[in-house]
Design a protein around this ligand. Structure first.
Ligand code: C2E
Ligand code: MG
Ligand code: MG
Length: 428
C-alpha cells in the first residue's frame, strides 16, 4: 500500500506532475495550500508523513510545525520541511520547531523521495519497537495480575495455559448445572451452567483458577462458545424429557465489550436466545463502557435475559443499572451466607430486593446453604434461590434425576421457625 503524505505548499504549478511521479514511486500525495486546512486534515485522516513548505508566504513556517507537534510526536508523524534557504540558521529554526529533515524547494524528486524513504523506514522501526514494548508491558501486567490472584508459581501457570489450550476437545472440560428455585411457584425454572475441568495432568482445577488465565490468554472466547453450545445441547436433551429449564451462562468481563464475539454469540444462540440467560459482573459493564452497553442492548433485543452476577460486591448503584437492559440481579453470596447470623446483612438484602422490585428487576439470591436462609428469603419476597441447599452443581444426568425424583419438594415444606424469622426481620 502506498504511503500517504500531506504536502503543505502554496505553489500550484507542478502539483499534477509531481503527484503522478510520486505515485509511481509509492507515495499518495494530498496537497493543501493553507495551514489551517492542513491541521484539520491531520486531525481527520491518517497520514504517514508531512512535507511542509517552510517559507510559504503567510504560511507561519515554524508556527505550523509547532502546532503539528502539539498533536503528534517527532516519532509518530515525520515532517520534512522544504526550503529555498538551506542556511544553518533556517535549518536550526526548523529542527527546533520539530522538523525531522529538510528538502530543497523547488522540489527535486530524487532527493525528496530519498528523504521520505529514510523517514518512513525510521517510522516503521519506531512503530515496531513501540508495539514490542506494549506487548512486554502487557506480559508484565498479566504476570502481576497472576501474582495478585495467587498464581505466583510460574511453572504451574505455564502448565495450566498449555493444558487448557489442548483440553476442550478431549472431554476433560465439562459443564455442571446448579438449580435455581423459583420461590413463589416452588419449581426449578432455571439452572446456572458452571464449567468444570478435570485435567488428566493436573487433576481438578477450580474455575476461579483457570478462568482468569483463559481471560488473560484470550482462550476465554473459545471456552465460552463451547459452553454455550454445550448448554444449548443439554437444554434440548432436558426439553425432550419434558423439562425445558432456562440455562444461564457466565460471560467474562473481557468478552462483554467484544462486539465480534457478541455477533458470534448471537449466531450461536439462533432462535434459542429466549431460553438462555447471561450473567455478567458489575465490573464487566462498568470497566468496559460504551461497547459493553451497546452489546448488552443487542443481547437484550434478541431476547436474551441479562443478569448482574455477584451484585453488592462491586460499586454499581441500582439507579445506574436501571438505565441498562438488565432483567435480573443476583445478590452476592457473601451477603446471603450470613443472612441468619448477621444484623446488617438481612437489612441490606431486604432493601436490595425491594429496590430491585421497584425497578422491575427479578432477584436471585446465591449461596443459599440452609433452610432458614431459604425461608427468610421467601419472607423477604426474593424471586429465586440458588445454592448448595437447593442443589449442588450437577451433571445433566444428575439434573434430570433431581428434576424428576421430587427432590424439590423438601425445599417447599413449611417451617415451624417462621415466627422466629419474622421476628428477626423486624429486629433488623
Ligand atoms: P459464580 O458465577 O458466582 O458462580 C457461583 C459459584 O458459587 C460457583 O462456584 C458455585 O459452585 C458456588 N456456589 C453455589 N452455591 C454455593 C453455596 O451454597 N455455597 C458456596 N460456598 N458456594 C456456592 P464455581 O463453580 O467454582 O465457579 C466460580 C466462579 O467461576 C463463578 O462464580 C464464575 O464467576 C466463574 N465461572 C464458572 N463457570 C464459568 C463459565 O463457564 N464461564 C465463565 N466466564 N465463568 C465461569
Ligand atoms: Mg454466575
Ligand atoms: Mg456469583
Amino acid at each position: 500500500m502506498n504511503a500517504k503524505i500531506l504536502v503543505i505548499d502554496d505553489v500550484a504549478d507542478e502539483r499534477g506532475m509531481l503527484t503522478r511521479r510520486l505515485r509511481l514511486r509509492g507515495y499518495d500525495a494530498t496537497w493543501t495550500s493553507s495551514a489551517s486546512d492542513a491541521l484539520q486534515r491531520l486531525a481527520q485522516q491518517r497520514f504517514d508523513l508531512v512535507v511542509a513548505d517552510f517559507d510559504m508566504p503567510g504560511g507561519r513556517g515554524d508556527g505550523l510545525l509547532r502546532e503539528i507537534r502539539a498533536s503528534f510526536s517527532l516519532c509518530e508523524l515525520p515532517v520534512i520541511v522544504a526550503t529555498k534557504d538551506p542556511s544553518p540558521a533556517a535549518m536550526g529554526a526548523a529542527l527546533d520547531a520539530g522538523a525531522n529533515d529538510w528538502t530543497a524547494k523547488p522540489f527535486e524528486l530524487d532527493w525528496l523521495v530519498t528523504r521520505m524513504a529514510a523517514q518512513l523506514r525510521f517510522l516503521s522501526e519506531f512503530r515496531r519497537v513501540v508495539a514490542a514494548q506494549a506487548r512486554l508491558q502487557r506480559r508484565l501486567q498479566v504476570r502481576a495480575r497472576m501474582e495478585e490472584l495467587g498464581f505466583g508459581d510460574p511453572k504451574r501457570r505455564a502448565l495450566l495455559m498449555r493444558e487448557l489450550q489442548n483440553e476442550l476437545p478431549t472431554g476433560s472440560v465439562s459443564l455442571v448445572y446448579q438449580p435455581q428455585l423459583h420461590l413463589r411457584s416452588g419449581e426449578i425454572g432455571s439452572v446456572e451452567a458452571l464449567i468444570r475441568w478435570n485435567s488428566p495432568v493436573l487433576g481438578p482445577v477450580a474455575p476461579s483458577e483457570f478462568i482468569p488465565i483463559a481471560e488473560e490468554t484470550g482462550d476465554i472466547a473459545a471456552l465460552t462458545e463451547w459452553t454455550i453450545e454445550r448448554a444449548l445441547r443439554d437444554r434440548e436433551r432436558l426439553a425432550s424429557r419434558g423439562r425445558p429449564v432456562r440455562m444461564t451462562v457466565n460471560l467474562s468481563a473481557s468478552l462483554a465489550s467484544d462486539s465480534a464475539f457478541a455477533s458470534r454469540l448471537l449466531d450461536l444462540m439462533g432462535p434459542h436466545a429466549e431460553a438462555v440467560g447471561l450473567e455478567l459482573t458489575e465490573s464487566a459493564i462498568f470497566g468496559n463502557g460504551e461497547e459493553a452497553v451497546a452489546n448488552l442492548a443487542r443481547f437484550a433485543a434478541s431476547g436474551l435475559r441479562i443478569g448482574i452476577d455477584d451484585y453488592g460486591s462491586g460499586m454499581s448503584s441500582l439507579a445506574y443499572l436501571q438505565s441498562l437492559p438488565v432483567h435480573e440481579l443476583k445478590i452476592d453470596r457473601s451477603f446471603v451466607s450470613r443472612l441468619t447470623q448477621s444484623q446488617r446483612d438481612p437489612l441490606i438484602v431486604r432493601s436490595t430486593i425491594e429496590l430491585a422490585h421497584a425497578l422491575e428487576l427479578e432477584v436471585v439470591a446465591e449461596g443459599v446453604e440452609d433452610q432458614e436462609t431459604l425461608a427468610l428469603l421467601r419472607v423477604m419476597g426474593c424471586d429465586l434461590a440458588q445454592g448448595n441447599h437447593v442443589g449442588v452443581p450437577m451433571s445433566v444426568e444428575g439434573l434430570l434425576t433431581f428434576l424428576e425424583d421430587g427432590s424439590v419438594g423438601r425445599l417447599n415444606a413449611p417451617l415451624d421457625i417462621n415466627e422466629f424469622l419474622k421476628r428477626a426481620i423486624i429486629e433488623s
